[in-house]
Design a binder for this molecule. Structure first.
Ligand code: CP
Ligand code: NVA
Length: 304
């Protein structure tokens, strides 16, 4: 049966650990995998802009010996020119896998329902599983363990946090989350993450206090305050998120050497200052590089 990656719930802890082991191998010996996807093709249906996700999947597939075709908003207009079902059924006849970036999470679910080939979520309004797998892989790579480590996420309770929280909970990494009132992660997602945390022994702590979240943290993570598709609410959001910026004062509360993470793109001077994102403890470019290695591992796992 085909395996999709719609959200982190599609993976059990063994599946996550398999992706991480494969990522280490792919990263250590790029040359060994140059024919691994020979003769295979993926399509990238993107309704929103992208740098990291598009380039890492497209070039990653080429580095594995396969082909990748970018299908931007003007190409197939999924759900407009053609129904999601028809796109899924037709592309399944041409491709070996589909990566999709949509506004609506349900569109990716529908795509996966009707496609005969694996569907990978390259970001929806609800989830960003490829990003979260990369983030947690990067933490493991940098700190060597999840035991006794606290990841503080300070910012919007959005797609990136949803997937990060679920992945952390699955691998047993403690999280402290601080979002402004009204911008906390959705309750149903928190409930799922808490269920995973119960199984792994991880702790999830949610508040509206950025200072308390930063206190004693080993890693501080943030994302933009206005995600793609939320531009009309920008003014209201920027006001609500005042006080949630990752700056030098906030960093003083964290452990010495605390890592700084951001999925990027960043709005420098808004959710994070230049001084923090450019500091020696910032791992944002290693995180971005790891997108490539993790994406290759995901393709190898799902398409082989
Ligand atoms: N982090 C991330 O997904 O970046 P892009 O939007 O550039 O793909
Ligand atoms: N939360 C951001 C993440 C971008 C990678 C967005 O959805 O725009």
């Amino acid at each position: 049966m085909k395996e999709d990656l719609i959200s982190i719930q599609c993976l059990d802890t063994q599946g996550i650990s398999d992706i991480f082991s494969l990522t280490e191998k792919v990263k250590a010996d790029k040359a060994k995998y140059t024919d691994a996807m020979k003769g295979r093709s993926i399509g990238l249906i993107f309704q929103k802009p992208s740098n990291r996700t598009r380039v890492s999947f497209e070039i990653g597939m080429i580095q594995l010996g396969g082909n990748a075709l970018y299908l931007g908003p003007d190409e197939i207009d999924m759900g407009g020119r053609e129904s999601v079902k028809d796109v899924a059924c037709v592309l399944s006849r041409y491709l070996d896998g589909i990566v999709a970036r949509t506004y609506n999470h349900d569109d990716i679910k529908e795509l996966a329902l009707y496609a005969d080939v694996p569907v990978i979520n390259g970001l929806s309004d609800r989830a960003h599983p490829c990003q979260a797998l990369t983030d947690i892989f990067t933490i493991k790579e940098k700190l060597g363990t999840f035991k006794g480590i606290t990841l503080a996420y300070i910012g919007d309770g959005n797609n990136v946090l949803n997937s990060l929280m679920m992945t952390a909970a699955k691998v047993g990494l403690d999280m402290k989350i601080a979002s402004p009132k009204g911008y906390e992660p959705e309750e149903d997602i928190v409930d799922i993450a808490k269920k995973f945390a119960k199984e792994s022994g991880a702790k999830i702590w949610i508040s509206n206090d950025p200072n308390a979240a930063a206190k004693g943290a080993d890693v501080i993570y943030t994302d933009v305050w206005v995600s793609m598709g939320q531009e009309k609410d920008a003014k209201k959001r920027l006001k609500a998120f005042k006080g949630f910026q990752i700056n030098d004062n906030l960093m003083k509360l964290a452990k010495k050497g605390c890592l700084v993470m951001h999925c990027l793109p960043a709005n420098r001077g808004q959710e994070i200052t230049d001084s923090v994102i450019d500091s020696k403890n910032s791992v944002v470019y290693d995180q971005a590089e790891n997108r490539m290695h993790v994406q290759k591992a995901i393709l190898l796992k799902l398409l082989q």
